[in-house]
Design a protein around this ligand. Structure first.
Ligand SMILES: *[C@@H]1O[C@H](CO)[C@@H](O)[C@H](O)[C@H]1NC(C)=O
Ligand SMILES: *[C@@H]1O[C@H](CO)[C@@H](O)[C@H](O)[C@H]1NC(C)=O
Ligand SMILES: *[C@@H]1O[C@H](CO)[C@@H](O)[C@H](O)[C@H]1NC(C)=O
Ligand SMILES: *[C@@H]1O[C@H](CO)[C@@H](O)[C@H](O)[C@H]1NC(C)=O
Ligand SMILES: *[C@@H]1O[C@H](CO)[C@@H](O)[C@H](O)[C@H]1NC(C)=O
Length: 233
């Protein structure tokens, strides 16, 4: 009992949300042992996620209660730089009942199901302004409306940097391939040209030497004489 008193005084002293959460956790744990009351909300084992701007993200939250639920009220808040913006509000009358939506936000879709104790949201087309803490809150009439909440942190990452990396890899590999092919082509071309030229040069050398040395002989040697003859005339 002493520990409960100390947490109680700490809460009233500081009113910190972390301490409140702690106290809530202690209460839930203490009561959970005897299963007197048992509503718990959870945003997952790792209550945070990274997502690219422009994408659509799942903000998870589940609840569980060993004593069952009655008029389970829940809502979602986004901590927008200190001021809480309500994103969703609903109520589940009893286990398995479809939630009665009381309020929602334009970029938010409820994707949970009371059959799986799931009160998750889908947040569409996120921007960098959507980064931050999302609080899933629930209150069960069956346990005298005790408050429960869990926080999920969304980290919005720059799409461009990630895309840049993949683009760089693609560009580098494609360029590498293209350059490789070009080099191979150039080598082949150089070899072909080299051998062709070698042959050609031999012919030319023959022509030049023959024409240079002896015009009359060249003139007598048929078709090639015409080529040599025109520039001269
Ligand atoms: C993501 O953010 C970058 C930088 O602000 C912006 O240029 C880009 O258009 C954004 N992408 C989407 C899909 O909104
Ligand atoms: C957040 O709040 C602080 C103080 O109230 C203010 O200086 C700052 O500009 C705000 N940031 C945004 C992104 O609104
Ligand atoms: C998200 O963005 C797409 C494309 O810009 C748009 O068609 C869609 O309606 C948006 N969805 C919401 C819920 O705003
Ligand atoms: C909650 O429902 C959504 C949508 O069906 C699903 O993606 C998510 O995995 C569910 N979460 C849990 C913890 O079951
Ligand atoms: C539960 O939360 C509401 C606000 O949502 C607050 O007014 C009320 O005092 C809280 N109750 C307890 C027992 O903390």
């Amino acid at each position: 009992m002493a520990s409960v008193d100390s947490t109680g005084s700490r809460v009233s002293g500081r009113l910190g949300s972390g301490d409140l959460l702690h106290a809530g956790l202690v209460v839930v744990l203490l009561l959970g042992v005897w299963c007197v009351s048992g509503l718990e909300v959870s945003t997952g084992k790792v209550p945070s996620a990274e997502a690219m701007n422009g994408s659509t993200v799942l903000i998870p939250c589940t609840y569980s209660s060993c004593i069952g639920i009655k008029n389970l009220y829940f809502n979602w808040h986004f901590n927008n730089n200190g001021s809480m913006v309500k994103l969703y509000e609903g109520e589940i009358a009893h286990e398995g009942a479809e939630p009665k939506v009381m309020m929602c936000h334009d970029r938010v879709t409820f994707v949970g199901s009371s059959k799986t104790n799931n009160i998750s949201l889908l947040l569409w087309n996120i921007t960098f302004d959507d980064a931050g803490d999302y609080t899933c809150f629930a209150r069960n009439l069956k346990e005298k409306n005790r408050n429960h909440s869990a926080i999920f942190t969304l980290i919005v990452v720059d799409e461009i940097r990630e895309l840049d990396n993949t683009l760089t890899v693609i560009v580098v590999s494609v360029l590498g391939g293209v350059i490789g092919l070009l080099v191979m082509g150039m080598v082949i071309k150089a070899l072909v040209v080299h051998f062709l030229l070698k042959g050609g040069e031999k012919n030319k050398e023959c022509l030049v030497s023959s024409s240079g040395n002896d015009n009359t002989e060249n003139g007598l040697s048929g078709a090639k004489a015409d080529n040599k003859g025109t520039p001269k005339a």
